[in-house]
Ligand binder design. Structure first.
Ligand SMILES: C[S@@+](CC[C@H](N)C(=O)[O-])C[C@H]1O[C@@H](n2cnc3c(N)ncnc32)[C@H](O)[C@@H]1O
Length: 159
């Protein structure tokens, strides 16, 4: 499992953890997340998977199989974020648009949806525009930034 998701896994040991991966593509990372959580002793997860590309739904469903532990939502990530109440998620893993403005606006949209003490995290920190967007976002929100390999994450502080 990727380093940021391993942090989520360590931090949220309770049953019925709620997570989201923003940007599914072929569902490869989603598959690993579900496998690790479901193989672990007694832990459960509900994983929301968001992508703008309608093709992802079929491809990811074939990979993930029919289970009641995930839901795929097709749409622009910033619009989909509005469907959720603030503080709904234990963690959100952002891996959708890798342009500066796309990454920045996705972080802005999903951050409120993470609960206090939850984790905002993502991938592709090796991409300059993603790194700039993440560093700027963490500085503005006074969050401590952690990175490992090409993952990044931080714990949302209590307001
Ligand atoms: C790098 S891939 C995701 C890979 C996946 N997280 C994994 O590790 O297996 C990026 C995905 O983000 C999606 N995407 C790009 N812009 C988006 C947006 N504005 N809203 C939702 N999804 C978007 C693309 O369609 C693509 O499938």
């Amino acid at each position: 499992m990727r380093p940021a998701l391993h942090e989520c896994f360590k931090r949220f040991k309770e049953l019925q953890c709620k997570g989201a991966e923003i940007g599914i593509e072929h569902g490869e990372n989603a598959f690993v997340i579900l496998r690790e959580w479901l193989l672990s002793n007694g832990r459960e997860i509900f994983l929301y998977l968001v992508d703008i590309d309608v093709k992802c739904e079929k491809i990811a469903t074939e990979r993930l199989g029919t289970r009641d532990t995930y839901k795929i939502i097709i749409g622009d990530s910033k619009e989909v974020a509005k469907q959720f109440a603030d503080g709904f998620f234990d963690w959100v893993y952002v891996d959708d648009n890798h342009e500066y403005e796309g990454a920045r606006s996705s972080l802005e949209a999903w951050y409120p949806k993470v609960k206090d003490g939850g984790i905002l995290c993502g991938h592709d920190f090796n991409m300059e525009q993603v790194e700039d967007a993440v560093r700027g976002f963490f500085a503005r929100n006074k969050m401590e930034l952690h990175t490992e390999e090409i993952d990044w994450w931080g714990v949302k502080c209590q307001a």
